[in-house]
Design a protein around this ligand. Structure first.
Ligand code: PLP
Length: 408
């Protein structure tokens, strides 16, 4: 992944920073695209995984739509030229302002999570003389077999319609004059590596769709959400997730009605492997039996290990000495500020560069200014010039909120 020329450039670059391999990203997009090209699929990339401009540009260039979970994500997608009809708006807590904004931009679909939300969208759409297409998010009660913090499809989760609310929606649907139910939406969790989970989801969706059909509801599309996992252990061996198996599983198990579209919302599986956090070793210190490598990145740059006990492969890219065992820790005043414990690294010294791999998804987007840290910078393989989110954050987010205000 990192050749000598690149490492030389890294050495001249202030750390920490994100490095994104755009070729890797494009290969990943092309693989998925090749599998769904001839079929009735629409891919909506889940922006929340990574919103950097060059990344979004490439995803849009290949014709994917956008799955947004906030008004600002919708504006970002529109600003970068995503087709509004290919934008879906998801989330349990859409504010009135965000609903207005989505309606004004004529987005494709609202993925709705509760009866009250549908009522509010209906009211706002009526006032604006619009009709809102909605997909109903159903909690299919399928176990995602992933970390319990990131499962979403069980009955105990906060997501999706409950059965009671669903019955009420169905019995009163004709009261909702500005609502068109066009789809069913499911998303059962993230970092799912057991493909049987998607098989079980498809089988549940078949039952649920049959039930709706028996009540006289038919749908333009079935949205199976995102959630496909990536290989955090072996990013070099498996740089592209197993899209083949996912699509094959859907084709073999989901009963798609004639003319119906299948929508997918991959986030992590598109951008996860193309991003790396590059950080420099500040100090090596001994803590009793342990050896700590203190690096200049912390959970302010990448919070997944601290937040989800997530594993990232960690490499010393400037040492070829004999391997030793280290705890890799950040500079923040929190014990959870650690990227890994008992990590085997080539013998590590002050000034060495460490790559934290597979950090393209839910990495930079979750960065924070805790401890008054600087916004982490990002660089891209294409030209290795500074661009994108780091610079755009300060100015653009202000623009974005101004734009939102203009809509009120
Ligand atoms: C987060 C999310 C996604 C993307 O999930 P990944 O695991 O990154 O693929 C898709 N749809 C919804 C509704 C989400 O909340």
């Amino acid at each position: 992944m990192f050749n000598n020329e690149l490492i030389k450039k890294f050495k001249d670059t202030p750390t920490p920073f994100y490095f994104y391999d755009l070729d890797q990203l494009e290969q990943t997009i092309l693989r998925l695209k090749s599998l769904v090209f001839h079929n009735n699929y629409q891919i909506h990339y889940a922006l929340k995984a990574n919103v950097n401009e060059p990344i979004l540009q490439m995803i849009r260039k290949h014709g994917f739509g956008a799955d947004c979970v906030s008004g600002n994500e919708i504006l970002q997608a529109i600003r970068l030229g995503f087709d509004p009809q290919k934008i879906v708006f998801a989330g349990v807590g859409k504010s009135d302002e965000e609903i207005c904004l989505a309606l004004d931009h004529n987005i494709g679909v609202f993925n709705c999570e509760s009866l009250q939300e549908v009522r509010i969208i209906n009211e706002i759409a009526l006032e604006r003389d619009k009709v809102a297409n909605i997909a109903i998010r159903i909690n299919p009660n399928v176990e995602a077999k992933t970390h319990h913090y990131i499962t979403t499809g069980m009955q105990t989760n906060k997501f999706g319609f409950s059965q009671e609310e669903l019955d009420e929606l169905i019995s009163s649907i004709f009261d909702f004059k500005a609502i068109e139910i066009t789809g069913l939406h499911f998303h059962i969790g993230s970092q799912i590596t057991d493909i049987d989970v998607f098989r079980n989801l498809c089988l549940r969706v078949n039952e649920i769709q049959d039930w709706f059909n028996s009540k006289g509801f038919i749908f333009d599309h079935i949205n199976l959400g995102g959630g496909l996992g990536i290989d955090y252990q072996n990013p070099d061996k498996n740089p592209i997730p197993d899209f083949e198996k996912l699509i094959q599983t859907i084709e073999q198990n989901l009963k798609v009605r004639s003319g119906q579209e299948v929508h997918l919302e991959p986030g992590r599986s598109i951008v996860g492997q193309c991003g790396n956090l590059i950080t420099k070793v500040l100090y090596i210190k001994n803590g009793g039996p342990k050896k700590f490598a203190v690096v200049d990145a912390g959970f302010t740059e990448l919070i997944r290990p601290a937040l989800y006990q997530a594993y990232h492969k960690i490499q010393n890219i400037t040492s070829d000495q004999e391997p030793m065992i280290y705890d890799i820790v950040g500079p923040l005043c929190e014990s959870t500020d650690s990227f890994g414990s008992g990590v085997e690294l080539c013998e590590t010294n002050r000034g060495d560069l460490i790559a934290i791999r597979s950090a393209g998804a839910y990495g930079e987007v979750m960065s924070s200014y805790y401890n008054l840290r600087k916004k982490v910078k990002s660089y891209y393989s294409s030209d290795f010039t500074e661009q994108g989110f780091s610079d755009y954050l300060g100015t653009q987010l202000e623009d974005v909120s101004m734009e939102i205000n203009m809509h009120l």
